[in-house]
Design a protein around this ligand. Structure first.
Ligand code: HEC
Length: 125
């Protein structure tokens, strides 16, 4: 009796795990890596830095740029004591997933050139 219940449990667990793995996109896996590796401590919960004068925003950046930056930190061609250490044990796959996660977030919004903000427009004409 008990054996049947356990195997049922195991089956449900396996099916559950299987479906989670199947639906997690690279960006979703990147979000988990972002937390597990502690990147959120400096770069914010979703890559939007809470102290951008010290830690750059990563959200909304091009994935290719982020991958290049992380590979550079990992192989030492881009030097920064903290980031060289943070990137040292990242796998290629983790780098791709992290980059996909940050790239999927909305970035900073800046006013387009040639379109002054309403409060800066002349009101005399
Ligand atoms: C202790 C704080 C701290 C932690 C933790 C941290 N970073 Fe950084 N990160 C920085 C700082 C500071 C810089 C700017 C370094 C420089 O000038 O090259 C940076 C730069 C970066 C850049 C380059 C951004 C750009 O615009 O060129 C990326 C990408 C990045 N970090 C990703 C990560 C990832 C992924 C993790 C987790 C594995 C992580 N960081 C953990 C502080 C941190």
């Amino acid at each position: 009796m008990a054996t049947v219940k356990w195997s049922e449990c195991a089956l449900v667990l396996l099916l559950g795990l299987g479906s989670t793995m199947a639906i997690a996109s690279p960006a979703e896996r990147g979000e988990a890596v972002h937390r597990e590796k502690g990147c959120d401590a400096c770069h914010g919960e979703r890559g939007a830095s809470v102290a951008p004068d010290q830690f750059p925003h990563l959200s909304g950046q091009y994935a290719s740029y982020l991958e290049h930056a992380l590979r550079g930190y990992r192989d030492g061609s881009r030097r920064h004591a903290v980031m060289n250490q943070m990137a040292a044990d990242l796998s290629d796959r983790e780098i791709r997933e992290l980059a996909a996660f940050y790239a999927a977030q909305s970035g900073l919004v800046t006013a387009p050139r040639g379109h002054p903000r309403r409060d800066q427009r002349s009101t005399t004409r």
